[in-house]
Design a protein around this ligand. Sequence first.
Ligand SMILES: [Zn+2]
Ligand SMILES: [Zn+2]
Length: 276
Amino acid sequence: MTFNGMALADYHIHPDYSIDATGTIEEYCAMALEKNLVEICFTTHYDSNPRGSEGERVMRVDGKAMPLSPETVKRYYDEVRAAQEKYFPLGLEVKCGIEVGYWQGCEEPIAALFRKFPFDYKLVAIHDIDDICICCSSRYEACFSRFVVTEMADKYFSLVKHAAQSQLFDCLAHLDVYKKYGLRYYGNEILTVHRGRIESVLETMAENNLGLEINTAALRRGHSEYYPSMEIVNLARQAGVRIAAIGSDAHKPEEVAFDFEVAAGVAYELFPYCDE
Ligand SMILES: [Zn+2]
Ligand SMILES: [Zn+2]
């Protein structure tokens, strides 16, 4: 799989260390080779919000949900590093990243985590508003029922600003992920709620060198555009926010590089200075 002869990389992949994913690191690497990718970056979930819901704050190790700890992270980290040893000679670069769910107050424990594990790529995601998951099918209503759409957006974007200002991360995952379930909950207003709100958020991202990703998973959720929408991608370009990567947010091996021919067009044609 290439775009205009350029080799492609998928920088958002969940192996089965993520509790909501299937497929071993081996299986993902084999799939990436099959799809002719030159590089993949694993980004398992690290949702450590102490005020979050029951069932979060876990990582799957040896088929069992284990509490997040340096030991569980080490198992993941070491297995990805071993995969790089095995697959690099076969033509696939395997990077070790992580997707941190942001919560206010996470700065110190996450900085400590990053001192212990020198990840190649640090993604940050806003998964929770008021400590309730907005991306989980079983919980988003409990969160959205507290707010009208504009209040929800203000809360979400404020968290993005805090995440940017922490300067701990390379890239923000799925920038307008509030639309995942927000479209069915709030209706079409969700698609324009960023107007007049996101501009200052993008400035904060640019100032703090937090990039964004083109995340193709939205298409698998019945949306007509990626995370984020083209309108937001264009606003980001105006604000000088870089596109750090393209990611499929694969939760099973067959989703690797999902819709990447089109996504690469978006990234490369609009952002000739894109570094991936
Ligand atoms: Zn996410
Ligand atoms: Zn993800």
